[in-house]
Design a protein around this ligand. Structure first.
Ligand SMILES: [Zn+2]
Length: 306
């Protein structure tokens, strides 16, 4: 970061504002006070790096002009001393990502915190109606791990370990509910099912696409086509509408068959046989990646990006 950056920071009444270019986008960044100039510079660099994590999906950012607001968390933290304590996407006036940050944490911890990559990954899909939140939360939960691995902030083992643990938590949460029921507003204790069932669907779709096309197609490439046709989207989509659109980019559908099988059923997407084929083995010492597994090359392509 050079001195030109400081000139670009303009103080408004209660925030520092600047913009940063990444492939496909100019990020409009607002940093709420109080924050030192030095910390603000570090945070801007971190946001640019996080946007570049998302760009490891298809080479450009999904929205050409998103707004990112960084809000120092000045309230006493409720047992949460992570670097990014909360994040959310709002879409009432363009797409805005709000990130609540803990300025006491060193900047190195921000790069390993998944929250910002998760929130920015949400911009790869349009806004979905509440009952299909398992798709938006699931895809963001899948990509937060995959992208932090591709960017080198997680080892592949760590990324697969987190995904595996998430799938188990999801399977064990509210097993009597269907995915669409779990995502409906007001359902208690269904958060893990919502997030990790959708992540399991993302993994199943990604592996099927890569396997049948010999690596020519992937969830990355399909989401790139969605961005070209349809993002950023103004309206709210339904799950079937989104999955039909994703299938429209393919000769043989992948997404609607998964939707029909799992969205209105209580069974959790079957991740165990898939992890085995990918060579992801859980041991007492953590996840081990086997190089002789039938789909080891697909696992490596997912977690390295090439
Ligand atoms: Zn989310």
């Amino acid at each position: 970061m050079d001195s030109l950056f400081l000139l670009a920071l303009a103080a408004s009444s209660n925030a520092l504002v600047t913009s940063v270019d990444v492939a496909g986008a100019t990020l409009k960044i607002e940093i709420r006070q109080p924050v030192s100039d030095h910390k603000a510079q570090e945070l801007v660099e971190w946001i640019a790096s996080t946007a570049n994590n998302v760009n490891l999906t298809y080479g450009r950012f999904p929205n050409p002009a998103p707004k990112i607001i960084i809000i120092p968390n000045t309230r006493p933290s409720w047992n949460d001393d992570s670097a990014v304590t909360f994040g959310r996407v709002t879409r009432s006036d363009g797409e805005t990502v709000e990130l609540f940050v803990n300025l006491d944490r060193p900047i190195s911890e921000f790069y390993e915190d998944w929250t910002a990559t998760h929130e920015l990954s949400h911009l790869m899909l349009p806004l979905l109606s509440q009952r299909y939140r398992w798709i938006s939360e699931g895809f963001a939960s899948y990509y937060q791990n995959v992208l932090l691995s591709r960017a080198g902030h997680y080892t592949p083992e760590h990324a697969w370990q987190r995904l595996t643990e998430g799938f188990v938590r999801g399977r064990d949460s509210r097993p009597e509910l269907t995915l669409n029921q779990a995502a409906t507003g007001g359902i208690r204790n269904a958060r893990m099912k919502v997030y990790w069932s959708g992540a399991a669907i993302a993994l199943l779709a990604d592996v099927e696409l890569r396997q049948r096309s010999d690596g020519e197609e992937s969830l990355d490439s399909v989401l790139g086509q969605l961005q070209q046709c349809c993002l950023p989207a103004e309206k709210r989509w339904s799950g079937p509408e989104l999955f039909r659109r994703l299938d429209s980019f393919l000769e043989t559908p992948v997404f609607m068959p998964l939707y029909r099988e799992y969205a209105n059923d209580t069974k959790f997407p079957p991740f165990t046989p898939m992890l085995k084929e990918l060579g992801i083995v859980t041991s007492s010492a953590g996840v081990i990646l086997r190089h002789d597994a039938p789909l080891a090359n697909i696992r490596e392509a997912i977690s390295t990006g090439y």
